[in-house]
Ligand binder design. Structure first.
Ligand SMILES: [Zn+2]
Length: 100
């Protein structure tokens, strides 16, 4: 009977540890990408409470810590991808005084 009691304690503990590990694993997978199946995902509207910056090339809002950055003179510009950064850098003239 002692063995049964031990199992009754151990099984929920192990199950909890297992699911916590699974949660961490899924979080790690989703961490680098925007959640693809998010029901309220609107790319043009930044979520409240999170400091977002706007990609001047395509207009996407990105998180500064995940964005691709470029130093344009004194200003740091944020981009969603290397492609947008290259496009911005390749422009023949930079538009001055435009605050989008
Ligand atoms: Zn972009």
């Amino acid at each position: 009977m002692l063995r049964f009691a031990l199992l009754a304690i151990l099984i929920p503990l192990i199950a909890r540890m297992f699911w916590r590990a699974v949660d961490h694993f899924i979080e790690g997978l989703a961490g680098n990408n925007a959640q693809p199946g998010h029901p309220a995902s609107r790319p043009q509207a930044p979520p409240q409470g999170v400091q977002m910056v706007r990609d001047p090339v395509c207009g996407t809002f990105v998180q500064p810590e995940r964005a691709v950055t470029l130093l344009d003179g004194r200003a740091r510009v944020f981009f969603c991808s290397d492609a947008c950064r290259d496009k911005y850098r390749a422009r023949p003239e930079r538009v001055e005084g435009r605050t989008a």
